[in-house]
Design a protein around this ligand. Sequence first.
Ligand SMILES: O=P(O)(O)OC[C@H]1O[C@H](O)[C@H](O)[C@@H](O)[C@@H]1O
Length: 287
Amino acid sequence: MSEDLNPAVVLGSFLGQPALRLRAPDGASATVLLHGGHVVSWIPAGGEEQLYLSPSANYGAGAAIRGGVPVIFPQFNERGPLPRHGLVRTRSWQATESVLRAGHAIGVLRFTDDIATRVHWPYRFELELTVSLAGKELDLELAVTNTGDKPFSFQAALHTYLRCIDPTKLQVEGLQGCDFEDNAPDATHKTGQQWGDVLTLAGPIDRVYRQVNRALTLREIGRKASIAMQGFDDVVIWNPGESGAAKIADLPDDDWQHFLCIEAARIAEPVQLAPGEEWAGMQHLRA
Ligand SMILES: O=P(O)(O)OC[C@H]1O[C@H](O)[C@H](O)[C@@H](O)[C@@H]1O
């Protein structure tokens, strides 16, 4: 991609890392690192930063960046033999396209399997992350294509760290009736069902909500944001709380108070892809 192909989307740098910088005509902007295809910043038109990014985050080859929107593929967490959260958040992607269409700045990044990924996972695949923004909206689409001659199955997620004022005072609405798996260290029951429509946090939370077929609303003082998904059946809600944050080296001890992860995920029922097939999942964020 040439540097001056489109003034709405340019190749630049962010903390010394190669990055795609998107700016819509209405002033909305986002930054996507080539490392991990990782969105590290999103500022809606006339608004403020919506994503949390740890000041202690690590960057560069092999690093998993704490904050922003890590792309998880083909394994979620430690639910298999691969490195935690898969193979692509720690590797370099390529910027392939930049477009300004109907007022939206759009950038596309691609990741293709290589010898290093095939050592872990012997499949041929291509990922494409499309980042599109304008006004108060950010749309992220992850497309996965099986470019090989063997079928495979995978899990995937867009592990979005949403910046917030205080996670213990916000509300997430829209999960009523959904079954969940509770992976918090102190959870007394490993599964449950969301009985009320309003989820509030009292401490650490690490839940996989199943079959969330509607948009979620995040409310806190002076703010109402919405998060909708397509293709991603599950939603992970994660915050390590004070005790968990103390064990995370690349997160300042108090910073658990500045974000809530609302992750568009496909975990419980992995996607099966035959040779030549493609799957796409989307997360739509509205500030
Ligand atoms: O520390 P990481 O490897 O980035 O994982 C961060 C978190 O990701 C997900 O939200 C999982 O549900 C959590 O169990 C995990 O702690």
